[in-house]
Design a protein around this ligand. Structure first.
Ligand SMILES: Nc1ncnc2c1ncn2[C@@H]1O[C@H](COP(=O)(O)OP(=O)(O)OP(=O)(O)O)[C@@H](O)[C@H]1O
Length: 279
């Protein structure tokens, strides 16, 4: 089903199969002359958690941000290749980036609730912006989203108090609730626990498996144990400058079931990384 392309720009292409929620093909990302993400091709299946791992600077965040057009406002960024969402390129002509970001949401490294707003208003900020005013509808979305983000029980008696009164971990779950409120299909998470204490990290990790019921999650993490704990699939990224042939120049070294990648990787570079020999 086409969900974000205006009627004039819809293509006649048949919709992709449900198993092809996101199909990334030959994706290259440059900042100026620097080739940061190279020839990445991968498919993301619905209702899965995919972890992106790899050494610092290998382009994980850059890749993640390309999946909902977050580089649009970076003048030096250039993107080649395609990111097909339900069979249509999100970078295609006439595609509305705001609409893409509603369907493919993002949670950032540091919790960033709107500081002047209450817990309630944070959750419904996106819906209100889209014109929703019905109190019953807003109430319903607040309860549903906070429950999905495993925060409802902790805040249900203080919804109208400032979001800044919450702990860091609670603020991050509030940001997850805020993203879920507009019912995205995909949630991109950029190291969502790196600013949190171990207990809050654990809460978010626990949340991950239930989130899969509602959304497809793609998460960048520095923490390999976390990737192994929370994800179904893992993608290992690396910029291997020793490879000179164009065919070999891909940032995506290995992409497989998480169990397989961590126990029996196919590529020696993956093995070297997961056993701590570099990075
Ligand atoms: N806006 C930008 N302008 C120029 N270069 C950038 C920009 N954003 C990222 N880069 C560069 O792109 C490369 C990849 O960065 P990126 O943040 O994607 O890596 P990463 O794998 O997520 O690293 P880390 O694990 O340290 O967060 C780095 O060399 C970085 O300096």
């Amino acid at each position: 089903m086409t969900v974000y392309v205006s009627p004039q720009t819809q293509t006649q292409e048949a919709p992709a199969a449900r198993s092809d929620l996101l199909r990334i093909e030959n994706l290259n990302i440059y900042f100026g002359h620097t080739h940061v993400v190279r020839f990445v091709t991968m498919q993301i299946q619905p209702n899965t958690v995919t972890a992106l791992i790899g050494p610092s600077g290998c382009g994980k965040t850059t890749f993640l941000r390309s999946l909902n057009r977050m580089h649009d406002l970076t003048p030096s960024a250039r993107i080649e290749g395609t990111v097909n969402y339900h069979g249509e390129n999100i970078y295609g002509k006439g595609v509305d980036a705001v609409d893409v970001r509603r369907r493919i949401g993002m949670v950032f490294q540091k919790p960033n609730p709107f500081p002047t707003m209450s817990i309630y208003d944070n959750v419904v900020a996106g819906l209100k912006l889209a014109g929703e005013r019905r109190k019953s509808r807003l109430d319903e979305v607040v309860e549903r989203s906070l429950k999905q983000a495993a925060l409802w029980d902790e805040v249900k008696d203080r919804l109208k108090t400032p979001a800044t009164g919450l702990s860091g971990g609670q603020q991050q779950r509030l940001c997850i609730a805020r993203s879920l409120a507009v019912e995205p299909e995909v949630l991109l998470m950029d190291e969502p626990t790196s600013a949190l204490d171990p207990q809050s990290t654990q809460r978010i990790e626990d949340l991950m498996s239930s989130l899969k019921e509602y959304v497809t999650v793609i998460i960048v993490t520095h923490n390999m144990q976390q990737a192994a704990r929370v994800s179904d699939k893992t993608a290992f990224f690396l910029l291997d400058e020793s490879v000179t042939s164009k065919e070999g120049q891909t940032s995506l070294i290995e992409f497989d079931d998480t169990d397989k990648l961590f126990t029996n990787p196919s590529d020696p570079r993956t093995e070297a990384y997961i056993t701590g020999r570099f990075g």
